[in-house]
Ligand binder design. Structure first.
Ligand code: EPZ
Length: 428
């Protein structure tokens, strides 16, 4: 067990470089299975979920050669099984992308029900609806925690999603690119990582049009060739550092970003009183003065991203008035507020709505990361708080934030990682 120890109160200043997008990477790595030749993927973030995806590819039989810290060569031609090991699949939500990729490659797939952050029910009915529309047989009920999908031949079809789903949109893309005929996805998700996956598939010779809009058209092809592809920068990692700048009254240059992907985040931080300057592949965030209270509603892209909701909540908890957050994507994504209350946050939660009464400061306390972005919110709070904060269960945070301590330390945070041997931790 490990934890972060933070002495809060330092203004964050300087430059931080953003890594590859977790939620693009976790789909692009499985998508390599669809290729008939090796691929080189670069700008892979140094996060545990990416390592799990690479472990799954190796377990399936792919040959992986690491070129440098963020680049790998993957040869999928030696993959000989369609079953993802249960112990690996359980470790993250995105293991479900192996369903679409293996279905598209072999016409069958066997993957454990995914794990992932616990903030309410996380169904995959729309994924299975999409696979069924393409002619696959999927289980009416899940047996032994595994999902089996199979199809003699995947045939293009029209699919209208009941809800906007990033995962289902990407998973159907993966299954449809080599299906026979044309697939139309309607009510598709438009997140930057959906577009990045479509661009990767097209770089291998797929024919995907309309990604980034709510209608995506896929013309099936028989073969996909190898490709070299660099993953886009992580919109949420960037947004998290933007929130850290605002929380500490800092001045940060955040490099290796696509400013357009950050528009809804920048707009909200400007409403809170931040000064944001955009360059081609960087944004500068300066904060002098009080954080203005405001309201946030999370929405599918291009709305305010739900994955920035906990981090933004910390800023509103320090706002100069009353603020309301409405969480429209997930049923139960305010659990982290119980942890923030230990640091002095004043908030009430009623279903999808949280109301914050701004307080002048937070005080350091021992807290836990309840999931990935809840953990990021604890970090934003710890950096702003007076005194020491220790954050436990940091494995959640390290699923999605690469070199978090190093990057924060380099911009002025007083932070260290404490590694506690499990035996000691059990008796602590
Ligand atoms: C992806 O999860 C992200 N994870 C999540 O980020 C993110 O919160 C979410 O998209 C929304 O942007 C990855 O990309 C690995 P959804 P996903 O399918 O695909 C409902 C992070 O912090 N739904 O877009 O699982 C669902 O209940 C993580 O990086 C169905 O009803 O989310 C939710 O209300 C946390 N049936 C809504 O749709 C389905 O079959 C959006 O879910 C699928 C989803």
């Amino acid at each position: 067990m490990s934890k972060y120890r933070v002495q809060g109160g330092n203004r964050l200043e300087g430059t931080v470089r953003i890594g590859g997008a977790k939620n693009a990477c976790l789909a692009i790595l499985p998508a390599v299975l669809l290729s008939d030749e090796p691929c080189r993927i670069s700008n892979i973030p140094n996060i545990s979920d990416a390592l799990v995806s690479l472990d799954i590819l190796e377990a399936l039989g792919a040959r992986i050669r690491r070129i440098d810290k963020s680049t790998v060569d993957i040869d999928p031609t030696s993959v000989s099984t369609h079953e993802v090991p249960h112990d690996l699949a359980r470790q993250m939500r995105a293991s479900y992308y192996f369903l679409g990729a293996l279905l598209g490659r072999f016409g069958e797939a066997r993957v454990a029900l995914p794990g992932g952050c616990n903030f309410g029910v996380r169904p995959i009915d729309q994924h299975l609806k999409g696979f069924t529309a393409l002619g696959a047989t999927v289980p009416a009920v899940v047996t032994n925690g595994m999902i089996d999908a199979s199809a003699d031949c995947l045939i293009g079809n029209s699919i209208y999603f009941d809800v906007v789903s990033v995962g289902a949109t990407i998973n159907v893309l993966l299954a449809a690119v080599k299906a026979r005929g044309i697939t139309i996805i309607e009510n598709a998700a438009k997140e930057p990582h959906v577009v990045d996956v479509a661009n990767f598939l097209n770089s291998m010779g797929a024919d995907v049009r309309g990604a980034g809009t709510d209608v995506i058209k896929i013309c099936g092809v028989q073969h996909l060739h190898g490709a070299e592809y660099s993953i886009i920068p992580d919109q949420i990692e960037a947004g998290t550092y933007m929130a850290c700048a605002v929380a500490t009254g800092g001045d940060l240059w955040i490099e290796n970003v696509i400013p357009k992907h950050l528009e809804s985040i920048s707009a909200k931080l400007i409403e809170m009183g931040a000064e944001i300057t955009e360059a081609d592949d960087a944004v500068r965030v300066r904060m002098n003065g009080p954080i203005h209270a405001c309201n946030i509603k999370t929405m599918p892209h291009p709305g305010f991203p739900t994955d920035m909701q906990p981090q933004a909540a910390v800023l509103l908890a320090l706002g100069d008035g009353t603020s309301i957050i409405t969480e429209n994507i997930w049923d139960n994504r305010f659990r982290y507020i119980d942890e923030l209350r230990r640091m002095g946050v004043q908030a009430t939660v009623d279903g999808k709505i949280a109301v914050f009464q701004g307080v002048p400061y937070l005080s350091g306390a021992p807290v836990r990361a309840l999931d990935l972005r809840a953990g990021a919110a604890m970090m934003v709070a710890a950096l702003a708080a007076r005194g020491q904060t220790e954050i436990e269960d940091i494995h959640f945070i390290e699923r999605g934030y690469e070199n978090f301590v190093e990057k924060l330390h380099a911009i002025g945070a007083d932070i260290c990682r404490i590694d506690i041997p499990d035996a000691v931790a059990r008796h602590a």
